[in-house]
Design a binder for this molecule. Structure first.
Ligand SMILES: [Zn+2]
Length: 165
């Protein structure tokens, strides 16, 4: 399945095989990103700020993996960093397999759950996750993994800003 267009990505503790051509074909069948389809204010804000959050290196990585940065599979606001700036984690599906490295970006240490994203510079964290059970139909029948990206996004929505810690 991954024989032809397969490429290997080495990112810190992960080695991942991906098929950017099949990934691109899947994204061509997806209409909207999760930030648009969710409907909540926090996702709406992310959609409005999306063009500000990814540094060039991360956009290059997504492009290389065949991922359309407008079509995230999931997005979650994690908290307020300071007034006007919020931490979000974004997930994208891609066709591929994790060759070596952790199967999840969630780390358990001393009974606490922490994220184990690798620093990708400019305050952005990146990691891979083998659980792709929520992948859209566009990926049907393909081996799928997720890339998780932790970013900071400004609050640009007119809706009241959530100022939780
Ligand atoms: Zn939402």
């Amino acid at each position: 399945m991954l024989a032809d267009g397969m490429q290997t990505v080495e990112l810190r503790k992960w080695r991942v095989r991906s098929d950017p051509d099949l990934t691109r074909e899947a994204y061509a069948r997806i209409d909207a990103g999760a930030a648009e389809t969710c409907g909540c204010e926090e996702c709406f804000n992310f959609a409005a700020a999306r063009h500000l959050v990814y540094p060039p290196d991360v956009l290059e990585l997504l492009e290389w993996l065949g991922i359309d940065p407008l079509l995230e599979g999931d997005v979650e606001r994690r908290g307020c960093l300071e007034p006007g700036m919020h931490a979000y984690t974004v997930w994208f599906y891609l066709v591929g397999e994790i060759d070596s490295g952790p199967a999840t970006v969630i780390a358990q240490s001393g009974g606490r759950t922490t994220s184990s994203l690798e620093d990708a510079g400019e305050g952005v964290g990146v990691g891979f996750c083998s659980d792709a059970s929520g992948a859209p139909d566009a990926f049907g029948g393909l081996p799928v993994i997720q890339i998780a990206i932790g970013v900071s996004a400004p609050w640009v929505s007119n809706a009241p800003e959530p100022l939780d810690a």
